[in-house]
Design a protein around this ligand. Structure first.
Ligand code: CTP
Length: 413
């Protein structure tokens, strides 16, 4: 199976900001995945991370602004930027973004960015007030209009003790964005899954207790949404049935929003026929037997109310066991906290699906709500162990596996 990062050449421009330390992890991960990384360090970046550590991890010379003045014979600016497959700026400071938006070329980094004919991805990092400042937002709009790609920033606690948007995206997120770029290139203009209707469930379900309370779980919907994006990018006609999430709507996908398991099942049945169904949602197994029409009040002295739970419909099992309109390929997920393979193998048989993607969701893995996932693909033929990957890479690998399945079916027909 191809890995989009294998033999890719990344030119990583490290700007000045406390988030520069995250680049060390990014370099390590890129190299683990077979990419080569050449680093350019700005003078401000050198205040936060050393040339020595960047050079040690990248296994290459680190270029700095000083090189601009003394070492031009070694490799020209144009060559340095054209020699790469992708330029990544992380952290991209407010100052660097402003210079890029204005097209300045007063030093090595800005010259490289202006001279390149390759795609540029930036990971902004700055104080929340700098990020929300009209000038930065104006520059951001300009950069997007110029075709620059952006990852992050995230919301959170900052080094300056403030809270808000401005934290640089995590290395796993930057890695996923880099990977997405190369996978887009691979399928540019091609639609290998054209004509295939994919139905995907994603996110948690919310099961009401009364008008203000509900039962839910920790699913973020990231894995299901990433699968929808990956399949749509390969040309599939995608229906995504999603429980409540905070994620942006994936591009090129028909999105049906639902709250409860029962609504999810109705939406899935309405979306049939489908060629492939992928149940990635963390559907609540139970709901409250009768949800109160008014808020349950806390009466003084009264004991706590008890909730009676009844089982929800199993969407994966229902789709797998359909007599008519059963999707050709039905794929489930098995979220397990122990005996992952054993439980997943049994779950595949019990639910009647064709493949099951098993993952360890015990709290120490950080899978629930996190960026990374280690999965095992279980089919009738056996088990495949996939490496630790960003959820987006898991999605792309699965999409490729689905493509191979339909290709081999076509070849046999
Ligand atoms: N699933 C579903 N409908 C349900 C419960 C689960 O469609 N009511 C699907 C999930 O989307 C996933 C698979 O079934 O693809 C397995 O979900 P999981 O939570 O791992 O298994 P459960 O059936 O809930 O079994 P258990 O909680 O005993 O592990």
């Amino acid at each position: 199976m191809s890995d989009h990062l294998q033999n890719r050449r990344i030119l990583l421009i490290v700007g000045g900001g406390i988030a520069a330390y995250k680049c060390l992890e990014l370099i390590r991960r890129l190299r683990e995945r077979g990419a080569s990384v050449r680093v350019v360090l700005t003078a401000a970046g050198a205040e936060f991370v050393t040339k020595l550590s960047l050079g040690t991890l990248s296994g290459d010379k680190v270029y700095t602004d000083l090189f601009d003045l003394t070492d031009t014979a070694a490799i020209g600016h144009i060559e340095l930027s054209r020699d790469a497959d992708l330029l990544v700026v992380a952290p991209a400071t407010a100052d660097l973004m402003a210079k890029m938006a204005a097209g300045l070329a007063g030093d090595l980094v800005t010259t490289l960015l202006l001279a390149t004919d390759k795609k540029v991805l930036i990971a902004p990092a700055m104080n929340v007030r700098m990020w929300t400042h009209r000038a930065t937002q104006r520059n951001l709009e300009q950069l997007m209009a110029d075709g620059i790609h952006i990852v992050g920033p995230n919301e959170g606690e900052m080094a300056c003790n403030e809270f808000g948007y401005g934290r640089m995206a995590e290395p796993a997120e930057i890695l996923a964005a880099i990977e997405a770029h190369f996978s887009e290139l691979e399928f540019e203009g091609e639609q290998p899954l054209k004509g295939v209707h994919a139905l995907i469930t994603s996110g948690p379900t919310h099961e009401p207790i009364d008008p203000v309370r509900y039962l839910a779980n920790r699913s973020s919907g990231k894995q299901g949404h990433a699968i929808a994006t990956a399949l749509a990018r390969m040309g599939a006609d995608v229906t995504l049935v999603s429980g409540p999430t905070n994620l942006p709507d994936p591009a090129g996908v028909t999105l049906k929003r639902v709250e409860t398991a029962r609504e999810m099942l109705v939406a899935c049945e309405a979306a049939l026929p489908a060629d492939v169904a992928i149940c990635a949602a963390a559907v609540a197994d139970w709901r409250v037997d009768v949800d109160a029409t008014q808020k349950i009040k806390k009466e003084p002295g009264a004991s706590a109310p008890s909730l009676t739970l009844v089982e929800n419909p199993d969407i994966l099992a229902t789709l797998s066991k359909l007599k008519t309109k059963r999707p050709t390929l039905v794929i489930g997920f098995a979220a397990e906290t122990e005996k992952v393979i054993e439980h997943a193998v049994a779950k595949r048989l019990r639910k009647g699906c064709d493949w099951i993607v098993a993952n360890d969701v015990s709290p120490e893995t950080g899978v629930m709500g996190g960026e990374l996932n280690t999965v095992h693909l279980i089919t009738a033929e056996g088990q495949e162990d996939w490496p630790l990957l960003p959820k987006q890479a898991v999605a792309e690998r699965l999409a490729r596996r689905i493509l191979a399945y339909f290709d081999s079916k076509k070849a046999k027909a």
